[in-house]
Design a protein around this ligand. Structure first.
Ligand code: TRP
Length: 336
């Protein structure tokens, strides 16, 4: 059995929050230290374009996400860490794949269908209102990302699973017509990594505006934690951990024995204000060293830029020759 190749992309549309950290960044950084694994992690800034974000916001997000991953100890010697737009072979492969992907396949994408449905429900005359072609063919760009590096495993959130399945379809169809060039990847959905709740108790997400930025300064971190929704139980009254956002976040950071100790304090009736203080102190201590490093990188983006360019160079050792093979297979060839 040959070595598994893991690849995952992060769309550069937001500021990293503690939900991203627990759900995606922390496991990826752990994996980057595992010498038996080949890892590709990249900033999906072409995907961000599809979402029609503000240009400065896309750029800022690219810096923030890169600096966050680096500050948290990503091992860039063992993992290839790059920016999608630094790999010109990716948009080329996207076009090649676009040419052999059935429109009907894209019609079935959940993300596209959800947008059409929202338009219909809002009574709009145009079901495709606000949907650009990049959003529509988003899964093909993602297929190019994945197939370019012969990935076997693609760690993604549940909402992205269908896109990986589409990648498999696209790759199989290509292989059938042009020779077996592509590796068929598999989505890795980890059910054991926590999906954190946000300030209002719903899933922590940029779209709900209920996040706690991973590197908020101490004052802001404290303020946000104080805003987390609780119930009206008084100090001294026993409290449930099961529906407590404070507990859930604490648990995602703390060790098993620390978590057990907090469970006991819930049973003993810890006051919500006290629990908020505990949570603040815990996260603050945990994040402090990385926050200082993050700040240094944010103040000197050239260091981040250099790291990404180094990553792109490594990535292109694979993508340049592989794209040549692919071009050759589809009839884009030198004439003599
Ligand atoms: N679409 C993914 C998301 O929004 C990000 C992404 C882009 C990605 N290309 C990828 C993930 C390739 C895995 C593999 O989360």
């Amino acid at each position: 059995m040959s070595q598994d190749i893991y690849l995952t992309g992060i769309t550069t549309t937001g500021t990293p929050h503690i939900g991203n950290y627990v759900g995606a960044i922390r496991p990826a950084i752990e994996a980057s230290k595992d010498a038996s694994r080949k890892n590709y992690f990249f900033l999906a800034n072409f995907h961000a374009l599809a979402k029609a974000e503000d240009p400065d916001r896309i750029n800022q997000s690219t810096l923030e996400i890169s600096a966050a991953w680096m500050a948290l100890g990503l091992d860039t010697d063992n993992a290839v860490f790059y920016r999608q737009s630094d790999i010109p072979e990716i948009p080329q492969l996207t076009w090649i794949l676009t040419s052999m992907t059935a429109k009907g396949l894209m019609n079935r994408a959940h993300s596209y269908k959800a947008m059409v449905q929202a338009n219909e429900e809002s009574g709009s005359k145009d079901p495709d209102k606000g949907i650009n072609m990049a959003l529509y063919s988003y899964p093909i760009l993602m297929a190019a990302d994945i197939l370019m590096f012969k990935s076997t495993k693609v760690p993604v959130g549940r909402d992205q699973k269908q896109h990986v399945e589409m990648t498999r379809d696209i790759a199989q169809r290509f292989n059938h017509h042009f020779g077996k060039l592509f590796t068929i990847p598999e989505a890795v959905i980890s059910d054991d990594t926590a999906v954190l709740q946000g300030l209002d108790g719903r899933k922590m997400s940029k779209s709900y505006d209920n996040t706690i930025p991973l590197f908020a300064d101490e004052k802001r971190l404290r303020k946000l934690i104080m805003k987390i929704k609780t119930n009206s139980l008084e100090p001294g009254e026993p409290k449930e951990t099961a529906d407590s956002t404070l507990f859930q976040i604490y648990k995602a950071f703390a060790t098993a024995s620390e978590t057990a100790a907090i469970e006991k304090r819930y049973a003993d009736g810890i006051a919500w204000g006290e629990m908020k203080q505990e949570l603040f102190e815990y996260i603050n201590e945990h994040i402090k060293p990385a926050r200082a490093q993050y700040q240094r990188l944010m103040d000197d983006p050239a260091i981040v830029e250099q790291e990404l360019l180094k990553g792109a160079e490594k990535a292109r050792e694979i993508s340049v020759p592989f794209l040549n093979e692919i071009r050759n297979a589809v009839g884009i060839r030198r004439l003599g």
